[in-house]
Design a protein around this ligand. Structure first.
Ligand SMILES: [Zn+2]
Length: 249
């Protein structure tokens, strides 16, 4: 589902030292660009509005993993994805959601609902021709319920997802919110696309305290804001060398 980028002047002046949203009209096509200024008003970053597909994992009959307290992955992925979409729209991104409701994309009568769902998500991505795909998931490791934290994944074949995943992971590691981790390759079907794609496992529902946190709107907002900043920074071309080192464990 398409969400229109925030283009009102009311959104100016709200982000960090100052994020201004510039809308220009060129040949009838609206061009949105975000300009980030430092405290003195000097421009420190400017790039054209990136088009980002946000993919809230699971949905409908497919709840994903669940916490002992009943918290379902599909609900948390949707909540965080919506908040992430809002944050990135304020920054100037054009956002396309693969789903923006409780239901997944599968047809009830499809012989393989999961495959139908995934194919339709891929179709959304192909139509959008995005600069970045971000799939949002929650992790689970029942074998050790102390395992926690956020980790970025990329597909070996997927665009330049590896470098973007490494940049996002590096920024998240610097927040000090989690144990530092490297970005890792992952065999996720959603990432098998020609466009730069990353999958973010936002936390472990198998870890009871983390599952509690993930279910609260305050924590979801904090997490979405940090992920948005990390994504935005990962798209800055001049600050990102071609060969991105993987953050240390
Ligand atoms: Zn998942």
């Amino acid at each position: 589902m398409m969400r229109t980028a925030v283009r009102t002047t009311a959104s100016v002046l709200v982000f960090f030292f100052g994020l201004a949203l510039i809308v220009a009209q060129a040949g009838g096509v609206a061009i949105t660009a975000a300009v980030v200024c430092d405290a003195t008003g000097k421009t420190v970053n400017a790039h054209p509005a990136p088009r980002i597909v946000i993919d809230p994992g699971h949905g409908g009959r497919d709840a994903g993993v669940s916490a002992k307290n009943g918290t379902r992955e599909s609900d948390i992925t949707l909540a965080i994805s919506r908040l992430l979409a809002s944050e990135l729209e304020i920054m100037g991104a054009e956002i396309i959601m693969t789903r923006d409701g409780e239901m997944a994309l599968y047809d009830e009568n499809a012989p393989n609902r999961k495959m139908d769902d995934m194919r339709k998500r891929h179709r959304v991505i192909e139509r959008a021709k995005p600069d970045l795909v971000v799939s949002i998931h929650m992790n689970s490791f029942p074998g050790d319920n102390s395992v926690n934290g956020l980790q970025c994944f990329y597909h070996e074949m997927g665009g330049n997802g590896r470098d973007i995943a490494r940049r996002i992971q590096t920024h998240i590691n610097k927040t000090g919110m989690f144990k530092t981790r490297p970005a890792m390759p992952g065999d996720y079907f959603i990432l098998e696309t020609a466009y730069p794609s990353v999958l973010i496992e936002c936390g472990f529902l198998s870890n009871p305290p983390e599952a509690e946190r993930l279910a609260t709107p305050e924590y979801q907002r904090t997490l979405a804001a940090q992920i948005a900043v990390a994504i935005w920074a990962s798209l800055e071309p001049d600050k990102n060398p071609a060969d991105v080192p993987n953050p240390a464990t």
